[in-house]
Design a binder for this molecule. Sequence first.
Ligand SMILES: [Zn+2]
Ligand SMILES: [Zn+2]
Length: 149
Amino acid sequence: MIGQCLCTSVQFEVHGKLPNLYQCHCSLCRRQSGAASNAATIIPLDQFSWTAGESHIHVWRKPSGLSSHFCRECGSPVPNALSSDSSLMWIPVGLLDGVESEVVAHLCCDSKADWDNSLDVGARCFPEMPDDLREFAFFLKGGQQLNRI
Ligand SMILES: [Zn+2]
Ligand SMILES: [Zn+2]
């Protein structure tokens, strides 16, 4: 599956089956996406490769440790390794074509904007960010339910 940023400078490929998706409704993801939430998934690093434009990526880091990786030409958010576990890649799914996976989780529902009415029935709501993102990635793949939270 092929993904690209708005200006097509940055391109990448996801190998194998794309896991299910989540949307995060926290204030940081709102600012980064400009929308009520982002839409993303998490895959193992070996399922990912850059095919063009890695040198176009700019990284902005917040002192708290959060980072935003984006195309410096067009501003699209682009994939990046999780700061807490570099063997996992965060994938903003709006850059991919032909996605058939479904949104199965909404994160940080306790801090969503008052005007955000995008929580769909059927997907699981988490009040905050799950502590264990490796376990969360397994959940997105259709593995067992997260038993904490
Ligand atoms: Zn771009
Ligand atoms: Zn967030």
